[in-house]
Structure formats: structure tokens, C-alpha cells
Design a protein around this ligand. Structure first.
Ligand code: AP5
Ligand code: MG
Length: 236
């Protein structure tokens, strides 16, 4: 199954992806994390992407599509993936759809659209801290780690993203409104969109996502899997 987490910068896509993939055995594919990994390693993709990311702009479609499709071809994603941050343009969405049909004979399962007001987004981005090892996002007020500045999972020292500074975060939001929001209508028309209120506690957002997915797969076995009550995989 291929699921997409759609939402503005700071909506909680990464937070929810980390929780969901700890309960559902499905690969987490974050375009932003992949770019940051490429930047760290100094690869050609990283070198190309860095300028766009630092300015809060989107990396060109061809580059991101190639990176994601290569990743979806790896064994970890053979049975499906939870896509976080991709697609972000109609062109990317069409390309993903075509590639899934051509390469895997599959379509997109559902789009989980996490909706949050602009003011809350800026507050979340300015207080965000991230683990450099497992990429778990924290927030100094809303979602703090157990020990300040230290990841709960691997004890690594947390860091703040350069593109979370106010001016870049505002540019990222503008870019989201102009280039990514049209995807909401695009997927709504296809009957694939699940709209989730992202402006509640992290736990309640997770519960709403699980509830929305449950409605789609009401048989008991899958429901138990989504709720983490069995070790089996949801992927189908
Ligand atoms: P990317 O890394 O994907 O950034 P983004 O979309 O801007 O999203 P964020 O990671 O900032 O937010 P999030 O929704 O994951 O929120 P999080 O869970 O961390 O992309 C970075 C850049 O890469 C882009 O700008 C672009 O340049 C490039 N790029 C990536 N994909 C691309 C593509 N497809 N095409 C072209 N370019 C691409 O949460 C945020 C904060 O809020 C955290 O502190 C968290 O603890 C807190 N929080 C989470 N949930 C809640 C809650 N319910 N209540 C209160 N606080 C909460
Ligand atoms: Mg993220």
C-alpha cells in the first residue's frame, strides 16, 4: 500500500510518520530527509538541492522524482511506503501515479492531509529540534524530549534545521500555498483524500489518522494491525 502524508511545513508529517511506521510495518520515505542525507554526503543531488532548500524553494521536479523513484525501487519499499513530503506539485503527483502503475501495477492508497493554521505552523517550526540519527522531530514546548536537547530513542544531541529560521519558514509556507495546496483538490476529486485536524495533541492526530484508515479497512485483522496489536504487516 502507498500512503501519502500531505500538509504544510510544520503540520506534523514527520512526527506522525515516525509514530505510524513504529506501529505499521511500512517504509517511511521522507523527501526532505533524503535531501538532507544527500547534502550531508555531498552527493550531486545534495549539491543541487542545497541552494533551493536554503532559500525555502522546491527542488526541481525532475530531481526529486528521480530520487524518490530510485528509493521506491529498493527492497524496503517493495510492498509499499508512507510518503512524507512527496509529491508537492501536480507534476510530481502525475509522475508518481504513472510510475506506480507502470513499475508496480499499483495506485496510491490514500492521502492523509494534515491541516493546521498558519500561525501554529510558524510557532511549531521555530521551536522544532530534530535528532540527527533517527530524524525524530521534537518541539521545545509542545513535544519536548524526556531530557532537554537529547533524543529519547538514541541519546543523540538534537539540532535545529537552518530552513526553520523565520524568513525561510515564511517562504516555505508561501511556496506550499502556491505549489502544493492544489494537490488537495486534485486528490479530493480522485476520492483519495482523508482530511485530518492537525491542530490537536500529537496523540489525538495519530488516533484520528488510524480511525480514518480503519474506516477504510474495517475487517478486524487489519484494524488490529493498524492499532499495533499484532506483529503482522499491513502492507498489501
Ligand atoms: P521537508 O523536510 O519535507 O520539510 P517540510 O515539508 O517543510 O515539512 P517539515 O519537515 O518542516 O514539517 P513536518 O510536517 O514534517 O512537521 P514535523 O512533524 O517536523 O522539506 C524540506 C525542503 O526540501 C523543502 O523546503 C524543499 O526545498 C525540499 N523538498 C522536499 N520535498 C520536496 C519535493 N517533493 N519537491 C521539491 N522539493 C522538496 O513537526 C513540526 C514541529 O511541530 C515539531 O517541532 C513537532 O514536535 C511539532 N508538532 C508536530 N505535531 C504537533 C502537534 N500535533 N501539536 C503541536 N506540535 C506538534
Ligand atoms: Mg518533516
Amino acid at each position: 500500500m502507498y500512503l501519502i502524508l500531505l500538509g504544510a511545513p510544520g503540520a506534523g508529517k514527520g512526527t506522525q510518520a515516525h509514530i505510524l511506521t513504529s506501529r505499521i510495518q511500512i517504509a517511511h520515505v521522507s523527501s526532505g530527509d533524503l535531501f538532507r542525507e544527500n547534502i550531508k554526503k555531498g552527493t550531486p543531488i545534495g549539491i543541487e538541492a542545497k541552494g533551493y532548500i536554503d532559500r525555502g524553494e522546491l527542488v526541481p521536479d525532475e530531481t526529486v522524482i528521480e530520487m524518490i523513484m530510485n528509493h521506491l525501487n529498493t527492497p524496503a519499499c517493495r510492498n509499499g511506503a508512507l510518503l512524507d513530503g512527496f509529491p508537492r506539485t501536480i507534476f510530481q503527483a502525475d509522475s508518481l501515479n504513472n510510475a506506480l502503475h507502470e513499475r508496480f501495477n499499483k495506485g496510491i492508497g490514500r492521502i492523509i492531509y494534515v491541516k493546521v493554521d498558519t500561525d501554529a505552523l510558524l510557532q511549531r517550526l521555530s521551536g522544532r529540534w530534530i535528532c540527527p540519527v533517527c530524524q525524530t522531530p521534537y518541539h521545545e514546548l509542545n513535544n519536548p524530549p524526556k531530557i532537554k536537547g537529547i533524543c529519547d530513542h538514541d541519546a543523540a544531541a538534537l539540532y535545529q534545521r537552518d530552513d526553520d529560521k523565520r524568513s525561510t519558514a515564511e517562504r516555505r509556507l508561501q511556496v506550499y500555498f502556491n505549489q502544493t495546496m492544489p494537490l488537495i483538490e486534485y486528490y479530493k476529486k480522485q476520492g483519495l483524500l482523508l482530511e485530518i485536524n492537525g491542530q490537536q495533541s500529537v496523540e489525538n492526530v495519530t488516533n484520528d489518522i488510524i480511525e480514518a484508515l480503519n474506516v477504510l479497512s474495517m475487517d478486524k485483522e487489519k484494524k488490529d494491525i493498524i492499532l499495533g496489536e499484532t506483529e503482522e504487516s499491513l502492507v498489501a
